[in-house]
Design a protein around this ligand. Structure first.
Ligand code: ZN
Length: 133
């Protein structure tokens, strides 16, 4: 079993404009921002309730988020569930025949260990599993 929804990843073209909407219009607060070089993405985390919104802006024209927006437009790009032991969970899912994008955990924003499951195995939604200390 996976845990709570850790965050929802939203692909945006203009991080400043998106942050402005979440902060000025919805009244939430960006609590952390960072660039994840290997994903060519700038992220901003906005806690709300028990979960967070993760805004994602591409840092290059050919990054995964840029390609996502080109194909689908802006919007929800992935949903992340919290897990206790990511390596164990990945092994379990692989054994169950789930198609994995990441066979091994990699480093995500905020020092989390993350891995993605293929939308072909998750009824069309890119699913991230996320382990935090
Ligand atoms: Zn994420």
């Amino acid at each position: 079993m996976v845990g709570k929804i850790d965050h929802i990843g939203i692909a945006v073209k203009d991080m400043a404009a998106a942050k402005n909407f979440y902060e000025q219009v919805l009244g939430l607060k960006v609590t952390s921002e960072e660039v994840v070089e290997e994903q060519k993405v700038k992220v901003a985390f906005i806690p709300t309730g028990d979960s967070e919104v993760e805004l994602l802006e591409s840092t290059t024209e050919d990054g995964p988020i840029a390609r996502y927006i080109e194909k689908n437009g802006e919007g929800i790009q992935h949903i992340a569930f919290r897990v206790e032991n990511l390596e164990e969970k990945l092994a379990e899912l692989k054994a169950a025949g789930v198609r994995l994008i990441d066979e091994k955990p990699r480093r995500g924003a905020g020092g989390a260990k993350i891995a993605f499951l293929h939308p072909k195995s998750t009824f069309g939604t890119l699913v991230e599993l996320c382990e935090r200390d």
